[in-house]
Design a protein around this ligand. Sequence first.
Ligand code: NAD
Length: 468
Amino acid sequence: MKQYSLFIGGAHVDTTAHADVRNPSTGEVVGWMPLATLSDLDRAVAAAAASFKVWSQTSDEERQAACRAIAERITVHSEELARLLTLEQGKPLGGLGSRFEIGGAIAWTRHTAELSLPVEVLQDNDDGRVEMHRKPIGVVGAITPWNWPVMIACWHIIPAIRTGNTVVIKPSPMTPLSTIRLVEIINEVLPPGVVNVVTGENSIGAALSAHSGIAKMTFTGSTETGKKIMASAVATLKRLTLELGGNDAGIVLADADPAQIAEGLFWGAFINNGQTCAALKRLYVHDSIYEAVCKALADYAVKIPVGDGLDETSALGPVQNEMQFNKVRELVDDARAKGGRVLTGGAPMDRPGFFYPVTLVADVTDGIRLVDEEQFGPALPIIRYSDIDEVIARANANPAGLGGSVWSSDPQKARHYARQLECGSVWINKHGAIQPNAPFGGVKQSGIGVEFGAEGLKEFTTIQTVLS
Ligand code: NAD
């Protein structure tokens, strides 16, 4: 068991206070998180500001080489990071778990290394020349959630430093250790102060997002916290990228083949135990194949092994924390009380840890909490519909707008309806499949801005127009 330190200005910084970080599979302590004070935060912002003066002046090639080298260092440490992640987050090592997440962090880092934002010449004629340059913004504050902590940390850190910014990252207090270790590894490559980490309770996140030395906040987490961060950005007019909660609808058309789509539907909904922003969270199925889809999903679900993340045979682990575990339990109990038919699961597993089984609830509709709210856990409501236009209106009635999907044996028809969904990403016959070259972000209350690809990179820059 280890007592961790903050990492500021290229060096470990010890704190006097620490908090336990526990394994959600067992409740055992896996390490101690340092509790940063406000003066530690000031020190981190000052270190990042000092290094910005130098890092922002490095060439594009130098920054590209640094990002490539970071991908290599993460690769070298990938198994160590995966184990630490499993211990604090709970997700299995194998399958779509920790090794998959670290693989994603490496893939995104590699892809981002190869992106660049060259100067654009908008005009060059007898009337003059107009060039558009992209400049780094300054010190970026990054705040991350507990569901995919290492991959999301890379989504924040790598485009920020690739474009010449410096970073102070604050991970979730539920999963801080893998981010501290990631920042140590990144610092094997970078000059001191380019990437710094502070950890602590939510209040240190609030202090970071209000800090006058922060020029931009990049935040991934709940819509409620995103609104607080937006409010605290006002005083210094911070730039913002907000990747917030979702309540993604999946719509199964009458011509879909239940046996063929069951696996895709299942993992679209239950990847990382449903604790995924763009997971399928409301499943609308046409009346004519409703029972067949319910049966195909339930048959698939019972074959999935749920267990301790360190057990190589587990495909899903526990819910990450008690608050989320209680929320899932409450929403399922409420759905059952309102007439929901539980096809599988439906009550906590009888073992230590926050284990809740894969749960499918049929015969529910909009207006109950399991459908209207983001459950962010292993419980999926399955809703019957008969009119496609009406179901699209119901899908769009939710304030969230992160992702959506349409399932059909006619991809053209599916695409036609998918385009009518009010969300940042839509998938045909799959759900939640993100990739580093495809911009990803929410509309409505699911966020502001996008991540990934050149569009995501631009969010870490300001434009300077040069007219001559
Ligand atoms: P959360 O909002 O509770 O916490 C996220 C982070 O914000 C944590 O680091 C937390 O310490 C910090 N925080 C809490 N209060 C704060 C405050 N007042 N000011 C500044 N920071 C504060 O979210 P969570 O429970 O960790 O994550 C789950 C949520 O994240 C879900 O809603 C999920 O959909 C969303 N999410 C979205 C995406 C996306 O890309 N859109 C990705 C992953 C998760």
